[in-house]
Design a protein. Structure first.
Length: 102
């Protein structure tokens, strides 16, 4: 499995972010081709002190090629273009192959 993670810094208006994210952005993301599953949370905590992130999004793909195809698709481009409509600067995106532990 391959995972895409998006980390969002605290927005100036948390309620406006939540509303736009759940009502507009997530429905766009749900239509990404090759997407196996996704999860998100607004309850992002740090082990000590305040978390530098307000929201996290995780997307599961079969492999890196499936993710790349998804993100390069017309729908993937629309999802990426939508981010500035609700998120403050400083969004972090990472992806990686998931390795299972013992």
């Amino acid at each position: 499995m391959h995972k895409l993670v998006v980390l969002y810094p605290p927005p100036p208006d948390p309620e406006a972010f939540r509303t736009y994210y759940t009502e507009t952005h997530l429905p766009l993301a749900a239509k990404l081709p090759n997407l196996r599953a996704y999860r998100y949370s607004f309850n992002v905590a740090a082990p000590a002190g305040d978390s530098p992130y307000f929201c996290i999004f995780e997307a599961d793909y079969d492999d890196a090629a499936a993710m790349g195809e998804s993100m390069g698709s017309e729908q993937g481009q629309a999802v990426g273009a939508d981010v500035p409509n609700y998120a403050p600067p400083g969004v972090v995106m990472i992806h990686y192959e998931v390795t299972e532990g013992a």
